[in-house]
Design a protein around this ligand. Structure first.
Ligand SMILES: [Cu+2]
Length: 220
């Protein structure tokens, strides 16, 4: 147990010292592979709607751990939230909404209803170009409703805490204002995420692991 955490901690520490030699200013919010999709599956033959979530659990990680020494461009809209010198939140973009069967019926749209805030999360609609970072799913008082824009979208999920997160929502079919069309049943889904410790917490953990290893060695 202890040795396992020590090995992973050491690898990260080595990666940290190596990466800091090549500090870079990032022009986008990266997406770690593989993608984890929420597939919006509308079957226009029997008018059923499903939301199928891949089973992997994305991990939110602050840039200070993901790529130590790197920073974001202060001109970009995500700088205040994600840059290590600012809020420095842990984040992931692995979750992506994608429509994989039929398009929504004429004059209707796929909508997602999700309250990320009550689960301790923040969420942002993200586009690299033009640089877009808009609070969604209740973040900063935004609407809990979000209209799927008809192309695969990987929002940013972020948090300033450590731990496990679970948030449930629905996909439904509605008009341009988000009013649900009663002809179609809503499809529930649940997202699960984890967040790794902040660097300060992390240093404490690393110290504890090293101490444990030293104790083990002394016993031998
Ligand atoms: Cu995707």
């Amino acid at each position: 147990m202890y040795s396992k955490s020590f090995v992973s901690a050491s690898c990260l520490a080595i990666a940290a010292s190596a990466a800091s030699l090549h500090a870079a200013e990032l022009s986008s919010v990266g997406q770690i592979m593989p993608m984890v999709h929420i597939s919006i599956q509308f079957n226009s033959f029997d008018n059923t709607l499903a939301a199928v979530v891949d089973s992997d659990v994305p991990q939110m990680t602050p840039l200070s751990i993901l790529s130590p020494g790197d920073s974001f461009n202060p001109a970009d809209p995500w700088y205040d939230t994600l840059d290590p010198s600012q809020e420095g939140l842990a984040w992931t973009r692995r979750y992506g909404f994608v429509s994989t069967l039929d398009p929504a019926p004429d004059d209707l749209y796929f909508w997602v209803s999700l309250d990320a805030v009550s689960a301790g999360l923040e969420a942002y609609y993200y586009r690299e170009s033009p640089a877009t970072f808009e609070a969604i799913f209740g973040t900063d008082g935004s609407s809990f409703l979000w209209q799927y824009p008809d192309s695969m979208t990987h929002p940013v999920f972020a948090t300033d805490n450590v731990g496990n997160y679970s948030v449930s929502g629905i996909v439904y079919i509605g008009d341009e204002n988000g009013v649900a069309d009663p002809s179609y049943e809503a499809a529930p889904f649940t997202l699960n995420l984890t967040a790794v410790p902040e660097p300060s917490t992390y240093a404490v953990l690393l110290g504890a692991s090293a101490l444990a290893l030293a104790t083990i060695r002394r016993k031998r």
